[in-house]
Design a protein around this ligand. Sequence first.
Ligand SMILES: [Zn+2]
Length: 292
Amino acid sequence: MKLLRLILIALCGPGILSASDLKVAALHPLLADLAKQGGGERVEVIDLIGANGDAHHFEPSAEDLKRAADAMIYLAAGLGLEPYLSSMKSVVGHDVRILEVGATLPVLHGGCSDPDHPHEDHETDPHWWHSIDRFKRAATLVAEAFATADAAGAETYRTRAALYRDRLDGLETWSRTQLAAIPKAKRQLATTHAAFNYFCADFGFTAFPIQGVNREQSPDPAELASLIRELKAKHVMAIFPEKETNPKLLSVLTRDTGIKLGGALIADGTSSVSYETMVRANVETIVAGLSR
Ligand SMILES: [Zn+2]
């Protein structure tokens, strides 16, 4: 394929065909950002889901796959977030690598992380991107996949990944410094869906999700009553909505508990310019909601 493209470039002249060395399609907005950070000029990134897509409900259309034609790698979050992957594989062909980035990262399971909470949820939690450490590991995985597909760029990809991991180290240090403003007893994160378990595990918070890991599951009245009792008993300070929140459910919860509504968090990477801006916005929102 690459030789063919080089011949075409030679025949048609530069500027008519893409100057990139590798074409990559992303099925998650944060992976599109990661691919751009890691690939630089060498990689053409096709962001199939777009900045406002919903990672839990997105499925690429035939038109999307046409846009991504010739992509050698598809980047997926994995851990069950994209149930369509096996059927997509037969469409895009077996020469194309579908990298489920989350598949080799340490995994958490969904639900509430409060040890006193009777409700258990053992579903695999796909929201690994809320762990900066896992996002750093993802940068390495993606760089190696790029290096395999485009050996001539291997050094570039590894250097870029190392620089990006340094930036993420800085982001993690900044996050810890900011979050230090929240006393330990107040580190309780009540959110709309169970998207923040990885964040809570890394930064010492207890997660109180209202819905499950895929946002579809709403609590039944008995579960909701139990959740309300628990949030009050634990003196949870704020309930944080998100962009795709169910406002009716949250208005019941804030009315019945008297707990204030926090600012909106970015749970699935939508509506953020980059991974780094998402993390900064979430940390600032959590600090504003819980430190006073
Ligand atoms: Zn989610």
